[in-house]
Design a protein around this ligand. Structure first.
Ligand code: SAM
Length: 259
């Protein structure tokens, strides 16, 4: 018996992995985060599968389901939104499973931050502009560890993706403008890849009013950084004619020999 912790992807049901979809179709017990996981990904479940929504459960109740399945020898598809490793609240379940001797395996998924980059049509890492992506959130009820306050992170000048923070845009404005400037580009993607997706593009100075006008206050990804609007970034070295690597060395050598 195993618990498969499966990333269901950001919303579009086609964005689950082949392996995740197969396990959902095979497992006799499915425990899914109903608040965020698109129910369409459960369509292929067995007719006799026991399907439970964990969104109203406590951690103890979730563990009761897993222990019961374990005792019965039933595999469980534990379906989480996006990728389970990012703000997934999976670690506490894993800790308890380990204590209870329940075997588990994590099946990664498409996180909403990469889905947001995709629907924006952007690359988050650009040569000589930003080669780092900071995945974080704004401090709300969950306190941020020392050194991870938004202004501290912003000092790197890296691209930042902020989860769980759409109601905290005033804090983003207050902490980021002094470091990044009020013209720094920012985008908000609400329900990325879902039919009612909305995109708002602006600057640190304008975004709060724009988001308010659109009435967005949940399930949104915030991306901050100059990669969002830059057009004059350097080409990457990967495809440069004078740059060889093991896949192209032979071709370049052949070309030099020709010359
Ligand atoms: C509890 S976290 C789960 C994140 C998830 N593990 C992931 O990798 O995307 C929920 C937050 O993820 C973001 N989120 C999840 N799905 C989203 C989507 N389709 N579009 C935009 N943001 C999303 C929002 O910031 C939301 O508040």
């Amino acid at each position: 018996m195993k618990v498969y912790i499966i990333g269901a992807g950001p919303g579009d049901p086609e964005l689950i992995t082949v392996k995740g979809a197969r396990l959902i179709a095979e497992c006799p017990v499915i425990l899914y985060t109903g608040s965020l996981v698109p129910t369409e990904v459960l369509r292929t479940a067995r007719d006799d599968a026991k399907i439970l929504d964990s969104s109203g459960m406590t951690l103890d109740e979730i563990m009761d389901v897993l222990r019961e399945a374990h005792a019965a020898g039933h595999d469980v598809a534990r379906v989480h939104t996006g990728d389970p490793s990012i703000f997934g609240s999976t670690a506490e379940q894993i800790r308890r499973m380990s204590d209870a001797g329940i075997e588990y395996e994590i099946i990664p998924g498409v996180s909403s931050f990469v889905a947001a980059a995709a629907v924006l049509g952007k690359e988050l890492t650009l040569p000589e502009l930003s080669q780092t992506v900071i995945v974080s959130r704004v401090e709300g009820r969950t306190p941020m560890p020392e050194g991870e306050k938004l202004a501290d992170l912003a000092r790197h000048g890296s691209t930042m993706v902020l989860f769980l923070s759409i109601t905290l845009l005033k804090k983003i404005e207050d902490e980021l403008i002094p470091v990044l400037g009020d013209d720094c580009p920012i985008a908000v993607v609400h329900k990325a890849t879902m039919p009612d997706q909305k995109i708002v593009r602006g600057t640190l100075a304008t975004i709060r009013e724009q988001v308010r006008a659109e009435g967005l206050n949940s399930q949104s990804m915030i991306i901050v950084g100059r990669v969002l609007t830059s057009t004059d970034f350097a080409d990457s070295r990967l495809y440069a004619t004078d740059f060889t690597h093991r896949f192209r060395r032979k071709k370049v050598i052949a070309k030099l020999e020709e010359e």
